[in-house]
Design a protein around this ligand. Structure first.
Ligand code: FO1
Length: 318
């Protein structure tokens, strides 16, 4: 078994490549659910959906989230209520863009959860409906909510930070509501897999939530030599999203060396992009082996090649 620890966009791109070279019954991914939110009474799991939509080829490639060929008439219809909505009410808010076709996924997930299904069961149904043959596991069936404290002291839920505020505000702290009691899924896979890949996702708010679940870090640390992380930071910047700024705002170095310091306890190898080759000795000074490779996944073929490089780094064939 090969297990990939995943956040959103970067992880989804890696998985699309991994699925090309690893047999479906040999591939599992454990996905962050700290971004999950309830909007209009619908339960939404953005990273699970980004993985599902990207791997199945249904993703909107420009946005990196949601579906292609989307229509937005439902969101537009909500404008009618703006003038009558009482102050303090969230009814009909449409800052979080839910396309008409994307809504179908949230209708299905919400009803199945209301019927008593676990998030893992519903995710298996949804990924199967999108033709995905490998295993996609949420990090927990229990609710974990990433909360972001801004430098003005206010605390907001992740999607309010990321979308409503366009993550254009500095952060002071991040915490994961519910993580202390949430039961992690996939610890067995993390312990027993021939290799574990930590996808190029935000170390703080995409990989971070999973690491706060009981036993997660220990499961990786116990087999650290065959855990390979891919840096989401290339030449000091994130390819997408606020990872570089968040690292700096939270006191870490926004570089492959800063990423190495965050991961060195749980991963024996860090893959960095060719743009950062000169920093390899500093990465190795943190106690991680460093592999330099093309890590900007412009195509599924590059993602497949990157997956092969990660597996080869720990002596695992596909
Ligand atoms: N990201 C945005 O920047 N704007 C949106 O309006 C938006 C809506 C949205 C709806 C469903 C969904 O699954 C994801 C959505 N995202 C949106 C992405 C979401 O914020 C993710 O959590 C981020 O991509 C970080 O992983």
């Amino acid at each position: 078994m090969i297990t990939v620890v995943s956040g959103g966009v970067g992880a989804a791109r890696l998985l699309r490549g991994a699925a090309m070279i690893v047999a479906a019954d040999e591939l599992t991914t454990i996905v962050n659910t700290g971004d999950d939110t309830v909007m209009h009474g619908l339960f939404i799991s953005p990273d699970l959906d980004t993985v599902t939509y990207t791997v199945s080829g249904a993703i909107d490639p420009q946005r990196g989230w949601g579906l292609s060929e989307e229509a937005w008439t439902t969101m537009q219809a909500l404008e009618r209520f703006v003038g009558v909505r009482p102050v303090g009410s969230h009814a009909g808010e449409n800052w979080f863009g839910l396309g008409n076709r994307d809504l179908a996924t949230h209708f299905y997930r919400t009803t199945r959860l209301a019927e008593g299904a676990t998030l893992a069961e519903v995710t298996a149904e949804i990924t199967r409906a999108f033709g995905i043959a490998f295993r996609v596991l949420p990090m927990s069936n229990d609710r974990v909510s990433t909360m972001v404290t801004l430098t003005d002291g206010t605390e907001v839920a992740f999607q309010e930070y990321f979308v409503k505020l366009q993550h254009d505000v500095p952060v002071r702290a991040v915490r994961f509501e519910g993580a202390r009691t949430a039961k992690p899924l996939g610890l067995g896979e993390l312990r027993d897999s021939r290799a574990v890949l930590i996808a190029p996702s935000n170390p703080i708010v995409s990989i971070g939530p999973m690491r706060t679940l009981a036993g997660f870090d220990d499961a990786l640390a116990s087999r650290r030599d065959t855990v390979v992380a891919i840096s989401p930071i290339v030449a000091g910047a994130a390819l997408k999203g606020p990872a570089d700024r968040m690292l700096a705002e939270l006191g870490h170095e926004a570089s492959v060396v800063g990423v190495a310091r965050l991961y060195s306890a749980i991963a024996g190898t860090l893959v960095i992009d060719t743009a950062d080759a000169a920093l390899a000795p500093q990465v190795e000074a943190t106690g991680m082996r460093c592999v330099v490779a093309e890590s900007v996944m412009k195509s599924p073929e590059v993602a497949a090649s990157l997956t092969r490089t990660c597996l080869a780094a720990v002596g695992v064939g596909t």
